[in-house]
Design a protein around this ligand. Sequence first.
Ligand code: SAM
Length: 299
Amino acid sequence: MSEEQAFQLPKSKGAAPLVSGTLYIVATPIGNLEDITLRALRILGGVDLVAAEDTRRTGLLLQAYGLKKPLVSCFAHNEEKQSKRLLELLQEGKTVALVSDAGMPGISDPGARLIRQAAAAGIPLTVVPGPSAGLTALVASGLDTDAFAFGGFFPRETKARKAWLTDFGSFSGTLIFYESPKRLIATLAFLQAAWGERRCCVARELTKRYEEFLRGSLPEVIARLEQMPEVKGEIVVVLEGYHKVKGRNLNADELEALGRSLLDRGLSKKEASRQLACETGLAAKDMYALLVSWGREEG
Ligand code: SAM
């Protein structure tokens, strides 16, 4: 965008002037350049400097709106050092806008450390809200929005995964998390094995040209993804929460069928006994003993 074409902000009577020494936490688009608020543009145009996760990328964003500002980098590996420097500048009275590559800073992005330290030091800070991929996907998913949890990026390591499953496995609200397209199918299959057939929505390329939503049960969505030559783009997964079937009364045959199907899906005896306990309301240790006893009979 040339200088002449630069976006003209409407004169807003209510717009408060920037306050010296304030940290402005500014959300930026998650794909569609139009998704930026008038306030964000006014703040970005008015601050002394912009602290950005990637200065080149943010430079291009500012350029698209006809803005030019001094940029300093603040990303995962220099956040500690840079936060110190930025706090000094804020204490000297400079105004600083903090932005990440996309969406809300601090949400699976750098920024949380600087924000925490600024708050602790009594530095005034304010958020200029805007898009965030997780909430955008949740709203489109059609799943329950009354209560939800954000699980960040789905963990890659076994130990962290186990902790993640424990943290969120019995949460009855909707679960939102980020995943790479390369691991998506394996992750959904893993969750189906652990938690059974929940409804889900895979939101791909939100706000962009090829935005897509795949909704259905986990096996249905997995089957559709498997038909694609390659899963590409940025992904958010929205997953239905755990619904306890209160006191579901299973007879011995039904209990055995359910237990065996869980083991067949690849769950360990411990995981399967936890799932059986959730389904039936019976004690997990009793379910574990039952699963072990089948092993003995067969052995
Ligand atoms: N701070 C961002 C926010 O507020 O959503 C999240 C940054 S995180 C490093 C990047 C991840 O967010 C991507 O890998 C993807 O999982 C998700 N994401 C970001 N933009 C997206 C989009 N347009 N469509 C789908 N997912 C997106």
